[in-house]
Ligand binder design. Structure first.
Ligand code: IPM
Ligand code: MG
Length: 374
């Protein structure tokens, strides 16, 4: 019996390979866990009409936390076209199972550290150390969407003066995706960003929104951020619009520390932040709630590399390291972090994205060896 129960959800494409790589490293440092593998992803959408089967949700409930591989997501029509013939036309709607997990388990905080490891040839600069806090359950990902617009929704929207411009447009010619922010949602993501800045010695928290245009939702986030910032003496709140932030992240990324944003904008800045420190092959994430957490590489399922033992497993290995932090296994977490840094600095083992030709397994093996040596 291990000390922990860990759910393993490989998912699609390269998910299984990167998860196996992370497990190799966890095993090398003697992390004691019982692993339970669960079904998730495209295969189950096609065969069952549900990429997140009920049995998987039950499995997660019996574990301490989850390591997740990757998911293939496709737009509505393409997804429907791939359903098994007997399931077609029965009203099944594809929705991303990772987004589903985040909402179902109220994993409100998506934590995405992006730091430049010395010696990584892919760094834009070597002095970048960013941490993205992305609100993970609301905003444009709420899933409250319509097309065509139902009459009652139309009537409600028509009460807004700005709808006058759309008077002549028919309901079937309008699509609406609601951007829903709650005060609680804004408060907890900003609060967690400040707590992290305090605990890890970051001097600034930058709230990344667009309140000059998206007045109500972005406005709520920024107003709550101002109020919360008052509780943290010595940590400055910076306010930057999402468009400008994309520019600054390319121009002066070293000036920033903790970034906090809503779901969609956080999604965007986390890919950008990842790219300037090596790309998605290095980008780890923790979806963290009050009672449960799912750790995953930020990259997708990379179907064209599936089964080739080729992709960089560092993103998933670092996600496993974040999992150890979450479980309170600080020493083990530090061993993984140091091992990743060492292997990158030595530069002997490099996957294709780093300009080398080491395999997924070779990279994992090198990190496992370094972690074992301490
Ligand atoms: C991410 C991904 C997901 C998201 C996709 C796969 C649904 O891009 O975790 O950043 O949009 O959140
Ligand atoms: Mg993304």
């Amino acid at each position: 019996m291990g000390k922990y129960r860990i759910a393993m959800l490989p998912g699609d494409g390269v998910g299984g390979e990167v998860l196996a790589a992370a497990k190799l490293v966890l095993d090398s440092i003697g992390f004691e866990a019982d692993y339970r593998y669960g079904d998730i992803g495209w295969e189950f959408w096609k065969s069952e009409g549900n990429p997140l089967p009920e049995r998987t949700i039950d499995l997660l409930k019996e574990t301490d936390c989850c390591l997740f591989g990757a998911i293939t997501s496709k737009p509505k029509e393409e997804a429907a076209a791939e359903l098994a013939p007997e399931l077609k036309g029965k009203g099944y709607m594809y929705s991303s199972p990772i987004v589903g997990l985040r909402q179902l388990f109220d994993l409100h905080t998506n934590l995405r550290p992006c730091r430049a490891y010395p010696g990584n040839p892919l760094n834009l600069r070597d002095d970048i150390d960013l941490v993205v806090f992305r609100e993970n359950t609301e905003g444009l990902y709420s899933g409250v969407e319509w097309h065509p617009l139902p009459d009652e929704v139309r009537r409600a929207l028509d009460t807004h003066p700005k709808m006058a411009r759309y008077r002549a447009v028919k309901n079937e010619d309008i699509a609406v995706s609601a951007r829903i922010f709650t005060r609680k949602g804004c408060q907890r993501i900003v609060h967690n960003a400040f707590e992290y800045a305090k605990a890890h010695g970051y001097p600034t928290v930058t709230v990344v929104e667009k309140p000059n245009v998206i007045r109500e939702t972005s406005g709520l986030m920024v107003r709550e951020a101002r109020a919360i910032a008052k509780e943290y003496e010595g940590i400055e709140l910076w306010e930057t619009n999402i468009d400008a932030m994309c520019m600054w992240l390319v121009k002066n990324p070293q000036d920033y520390g903790v970034l906090v944003s809503s779901n969609m904008f956080g999604d965007i800045i986390s890919d950008l932040s990842a790219q300037i420190v090596g790309g998605l092959g290095f980008a780890c994430a923790g979806n963290i709630g009050d009672d449960y957490a799912v750790f995953e590489p930020t990259h997708g399922s990379a179907p064209k590399y599936a089964g080739q033992n080729k992709v960089n497993p560092i993103a998933t290995i670092r996600s496993a390291k974040m999992m150890l932090d979450y479980l309170g296994e600080k020493d083990l977490a530090t061993r993984i972090e140091n091992a990743v840094a060492r292997v990158i600095a030595e530069g002997r083992v490099r996957t294709y994205d780093m300009g080398g030709n080491s395999t997924t397994t070779e990279m994992a093996g090198a990190i496992a060896q370094a972690a074992k040596e301490g």
